[in-house]
Design a protein around this ligand. Structure first.
Ligand SMILES: [Zn+2]
Length: 190
């Protein structure tokens, strides 16, 4: 890890809702995350006007598996996502917020990386963190992306990539159903 960054525990927002504890294993290969570099992703539904939220899905994935998922996406999709992020993500604001408020992790994910909209103003959002063992790797992550942006991103993806994403979601969270109401065609690891 880069020495210029201070060590940061993983904020509780990024703990597993299912277990109440930090994520311990990779969703894909089931390897222990104790000494591993990995990503956390959680999708949350909000009810504007109410405090209640639901976790739609959550996962931790080791860097090797994340890389394999990325490679399963078509090159065209990878390029389009990279271009979209390059053009639209406010990386400098995000890094500023993380550095300026090192003790307020809630601020890091308070606003959409792309639109700047606050969590309270969106009906769905996803949060992402980059970790090593029980510590955060602070770079542009952690960040939050609102559901409308994820919908826009999924419009950019090829059918091959959408199929791969659906396979991944189906493998780990079951087939899409009305009850579970999993968002379809969701990009993991934006
Ligand atoms: Zn893995």
């Amino acid at each position: 890890m880069n020495e210029e960054y201070r060590q940061q525990d993983i904020p509780t927002e990024f703990h597993s809702y299912a277990t109440g504890a930090p994520f311990s294993h990779c969703i894909e290969c089931d390897r222990s995350l104790e000494n591993m570099e990995y990503f956390i992703e959680k999708a949350i539904r909000t009810y504007p006007g109410y405090d209640a939220t639901d976790v739609i899905f959550e996962l931790a994935i080791c860097i090797q598996c994340a890389e394999a998922v990325r490679k399963s996406m078509s090159e065209d999709s990878q390029l389009k996502i990279a271009e979209y992020m390059q053009a639209n993500a406010d990386a400098s604001r995000q890094i500023y917020v993380i550095n300026e408020y090192p003790d307020s992790p809630d601020k890091w994910t308070a606003n959409c990386l792309i639109t700047g909209k606050s969590k309270n103003a969106v009906s769905e959002y996803q949060i992402y963190a980059h970790c090593h063992g029980d510590q955060l790797i602070p770079d542009i992550m952690p960040y939050m992306i609102s559901g409308s942006v994820l919908d826009e991103l999924s419009q950019l993806l090829s059918n091959k990539t959408l199929g791969e994403m659906d396979n991944f979601m189906g493998r780990h969270f079951g087939p899409p159903s009305l009850e579970k109401d999993l968002p379809r065609h969701r990009t993991i690891l934006v």
